[in-house]
Design a protein around this ligand. Structure first.
Ligand code: COA
Length: 322
């Protein structure tokens, strides 16, 4: 049996830190309100002109170095993003050019906050089928560009950043199971209405902003993530106690805590970065994973459950032995 294994990780955060107190200067909010409901203290915001591809490039270079690879060794590039630099070419193609890779297939995946789970699961299928040997999988976002900075109910939640992994085949360890889901009937609960084809006038007028029915999203996220945990354990035949680390999508500490409880995990086994990063959508899982690998918490051979939930709705999990 061979597995698709994460060979190296990397991440990148823009320099500018925006605290809850900073936001209280812009909209009618407070640190207490934001922190008590979401666990967020601060987030990073991309500099003017700094793009999703800029963040992706830095994270990718770090992941390539950690994996001991050159860009030319990569034969598949997938970028999960909801905030691409351009409508086209894909951010993956822009990233490929930056890294100096030519010829490898490169494409974006759009599954909002579940994007990285979708991208990594897709890469795994390429690798296991023999269509690729070494993949670069990136989650990168500049959510600050689609936030309405006058809407206190959403602007306090999001941040910018990027995370990346290099994946290759391994005889012993790697991805054990992956599960992807979507249900488009929930399309209006969490959306940016306005795009190329539907309501292009919203895009032209600069009004393409995140709209969210927060309470309903919260309830759906908790219930759905519970089911994801059960599904991953049942498919892998593993027991709750076999999972050492939970790397959840970083939206809200209350949602994360509910999933950890379901797994019977203490919060010491959960990688939490939402306090410092906010919700970086498709970037949040690889960012959190890289933080925990680099600070020595997640070690080679550890069993890790990644899970995500986002607009669409989309949701999914990846269970792996790192
Ligand atoms: N500061 C102060 N008050 C705020 C505020 C802010 N930043 N944002 C909203 N409020 C106000 C509302 O206007 C409302 O006031 P009202 O009662 O006078 O109308 C009140 O706070 C309660 O709003 P509500 O939306 O019910 O708050 P909540 O307790 O549900 O918390 C969220 C809001 C967004 C934190 C919560 O719903 C949540 O975390 N949802 C999930 C979001 C998420 O994770 N999305 C991404 C999924 S990938």
């Amino acid at each position: 049996m061979t597995y698709a294994r994460i060979l190296g990780t990397g991440s990148y955060l823009p320099e500018k830190v925006v605290t809850n107190d900073d936001l209280a200067q812009i909209v009618d909010t407070s640190h207490e309100w934001i922190y008590s409901r979401t666990g967020i203290r601060e987030r990073r915001i991309a500099a003017e002109g700094q793009t999703t591809c800029d963040l992706a490039e830095q994270a990718s270079r770090a992941a390539l170095a950690a994996a001991g690879c050159e860009a030319g060794d990569i034969d598949l590039i997938i970028v999960a993003t909801t905030t691409p630099d351009r409508i086209f070419p894909s951010t993956a193609c822009l990233l490929q050019e930056r890294l100096g890779n030519r010829g490898a297939p490169a494409f974006d995946v759009q599954a909002v906050c579940t994007g990285f789970i979708y991208a990594l699961a897709t890469a795994e299928k390429f690798l296991r089928s023999g269509s690729a040997q070494r993949a670069l999988v990136v989650g990168a976002e500049t959510m600050s560009r689609i936030v309405d900075w006058n809407d206190r109910s959403t602007c306090v939640l999001f941040g910018d950043g990027a995370g990346a992994v290099v994946v290759g085949m391994d005889e012993e360890f790697g991805i054990i199971s992956s599960h992807l889901h979507a249900d488009g009937t929930y399309k209006d609960l969490l959306t940016v209405a306005g795009g190329v084809s539907e309501h292009p006038e919203i895009l032209r007028n600069g009004g393409a902003h995140i709209l969210m029915r927060g309470n309903e999203v919260f309830r759906m996220a908790v219930t759905t993530l519970d089911n994801i945990v059960e599904e991953a354990l049942a498919a892998s035949g593993l027991d709750r106690k076999d999972v050492q680390w939970l790397v959840p999508h970083q939206a809200n500490t209350r949602i994360i805590g509910a999933t950890a409880k379901r797994l019977g995990m203490s919060m010491d086994q959960v990688i939490v970065t939402v306090d410092r990063h906010g919700n970086t959508s498709g970037a949040s899982i690889p960012l959190a994973f890289d933080v925990a690998v680099r600070d020595g918490r997640i070690r080679r051979g550890d069993t890790v459950l990644m899970e995500g939930f986002g607009g669409g709705f989309t949701w999914g999990s990846i269970l792996l032995r790192y």
